[in-house]
Ligand binder design. Structure first.
Ligand code: 6GU
Length: 234
């Protein structure tokens, strides 16, 4: 899978791939990234990329022509172009799986300021996503969130593919808590015992018990997704 990032801040993107799982995926060529500073495609004086809003109002807008120039330059054949914006459907785990299995090249357009000229979305963008109900300073973090979620769905990116099984959201349930066995008795946390069922080695009972804890956690933290689960079951 190839990911292209169109951004005014290439360092924000590249830094995320210098460590851990995505670095390993890059090194082993399971994923490939291309980071493009779209300021390089400005034909205006001083490489200006933004302009006042046609309607008047606060905040500058990224000009359509600079993004069109950039998209004309890079290979968009068979690509899927995504623009990150709070004005969109919220990204979820099902989107991550769908995008991982349906596309070979995803292009992220990262906006800044008051956003990009809407005509770019109309002419070029295949899909728009928000990552939550808050406003970021730009689309870079959001594009990395999508790239991370999509990448870990690609075979061999995670060391152990079993890690993908039974993850939170797959069944509209949050995951049960996890523990390690060994603890230094001098530490504060060793005063708390871990659920005895976890230690008895009966895996079918552990599964039932963990499912019970999952339901409790979900009910407490995310009653909205629990409702979704009940609707799906009908
Ligand atoms: Cl995709 N972009 C920005 N700027 N803010 C956001 C967002 C995206 N998703 C949530 N907030």
């Amino acid at each position: 899978m190839k990911f292209s990032f169109l951004t005014l801040f290439p360092n924000l993107i590249s830094s995320y791939f210098t460590d851990s799982i995505l670095k390993r995926a890059l090194d082993s060529k399971i994923i490939d990234i291309e980071i493009i500073d779209f300021r390089d495609f400005s034909t205006r004086a001083h490489k200006k990329v933004d302009d006042f809003q046609a309607s008047g109002g606060a905040g500058l807008v990224i000009c359509a022509e600079v993004l069109e120039n950039t998209l004309n330059y890079i290979s968009t054949k068979d690509s899927h172009i995504i623009y990150l914006t709070p004005v969109a459907k919220r990204f979820n785990q099902f989107d991550a799986k769908r995008l991982a299995s349906n596309y070979k090249h995803i292009i992220f357009i990262c906006g800044r300021y008051a956003g990009i000229d809407e005509r770019v979305i109309e002419c070029f963008v295949d899909e728009v996503f928000s990552i939550g109900d808050y406003i970021l300073t730009g689309g870079e973090l959001a594009s990395l969130v999508l790239c991370d979620c999509i990448s870990r769905q690609i075979p061999n990116v995670l060391g152990n593919s079993k890690s993908l099984e039974g993850e939170s959201f797959e069944s509209n349930l949050l995951e049960a808590p996890v523990f390690t066995k060994i603890i230094d008795n001098s530490k504060k946390v060793s005063n708390l015992s871990i659920p005895s069922e976890y230690l008895k080695g009966n895996h079918s009972r552990i599964r039932v018990f963990k499912n019970h804890l999952s339901l409790k956690k979900t009910k407490y933290f995310r009653p909205d997704i629990l409702k979704q689960r009940q609707t799906n079951a009908k």
